[in-house]
Ligand binder design. Sequence first.
Ligand SMILES: NC(=O)c1ccc[n+]([C@@H]2O[C@H](COP(=O)([O-])OP(=O)(O)OC[C@H]3O[C@@H](n4cnc5c(N)ncnc54)[C@H](OP(=O)(O)O)[C@@H]3O)[C@@H](O)[C@H]2O)c1
Length: 396
Amino acid sequence: MEQKQPDTSRPRLGVVVGGSGLVGGTIVNYFKSKAEDQIDVRAPNSKKMSLREPDDIRKYLLDLQPDFIVNAAISNINADEKLSFDINYLGPYLLAKTAIELNIPYIHISSAATLKLGSKISEDEQRDFSPGLSNYTRSKLMAERTLAHLHRTEDLDYTVVRLAAVYGNHDHKIQGIQRMMFAVADESMPVMFTKKGVLHSYSNCRKLPYFIDHVLNHRDEFCGGDYNFVDRNPVELRELILAIKTFLEVKYPKDICVPYPLARFGQRSTTLLLRVLRKFGLKADLPPELIFLRQFYISQTLNCDRLQRSSFVDPMPDVNILSMLPEMIFYYLTRWNHQNLISTFKEKTAESNSFCNTFIHQPDQLLDAVHAGQLDAKNYTIKCTSQVDTTKSAVI
Ligand SMILES: NC(=O)c1ccc[n+]([C@@H]2O[C@H](COP(=O)([O-])OP(=O)(O)OC[C@H]3O[C@@H](n4cnc5c(N)ncnc54)[C@H](OP(=O)(O)O)[C@@H]3O)[C@@H](O)[C@H]2O)c1
């Protein structure tokens, strides 16, 4: 099918589904502020356009007439069969069908969960279906297969970008790598649930939008392809946990690796215990990432030769998960402190103490400053205008 010629009378218009998530949010930010070409991006939330509502999808996209679609939406990783099927499979299928109708590219974010475990796993080493797969993995795998089918049979212009564990600074939930960082910062991980020598690949969330932008601008090269988008060098899980621990200067976890059978036993017993506690009105859950417990004990490193051979040039070749740790830890600790989720690293600067005191004891002073237009909310200071009309700031 001949490619749709972009309407050059207006900026390109893209739709990012899942734009409030870790991955989608970074893509939206990039298109808003960093992309070289002017691109207008819409990121409907799941209330405006739910992947569970076929009519929503068609109506929204046909009304908008975008130039491309990026899908970074997923259900919770431990969602049941129906929700996983609807959001991770049927939703992408309907997005792709509408992309065919509009004759525009469809970029699909997928996961290393669809690939086999082991070393240097290439794009072609997909898992086979089996009842033992998680609902997340099965539905993501089904989506990849159907997109390839639509490309063969209906000329779908698509690219699959497959991510391993994603690291970056935009996570509003606590999940994946961020969950691990949280557990270390919160000192709630006494020992390590992995074993020596287990390696994994990691995907840098900040680099990903550059790739998507490039893929959209080079459709001839990337149409119909799937790419493992991971850092070139894998990292040992144990090394990563210990690096976080060293950086945070905390005592835990101890450098002791719990064997898998014991970890599995612990997981099952805790699940049972939590079930019993629910009968007494207490509600608590294990982290959903534990559906991947086995993967903490088995290496999965992805081969990224296809990405390296492509025309895409890594915009930050020296950045990897270990080099980005300080920045990420600072970002998340600040965030978790503000949300009162951890107390281990409560910031105790003079400025923050001073603001807290004013907020608690003299809120009137803040009201007066806001009403007089004198609050510098970014720096938590009140601007003091002197008689000679020079503006100074005072810490609140
Ligand atoms: N994070 C990782 O470590 C990782 C690893 C490998 C692959 N990936 C892949 O990366 C992609 C994005 O993952 P993420 O970590 O960014 O996910 P996330 O932070 O959990 O975000 C999920 C997004 O999906 C949207 N969503 C959920 N239900 C929806 C529905 N019914 N209709 C429309 N949108 C819906 C949510 O929007 P609302 O908030 O509006 O509901 C949210 O924006 C997924 O394809 C995932 O498989 C992620």
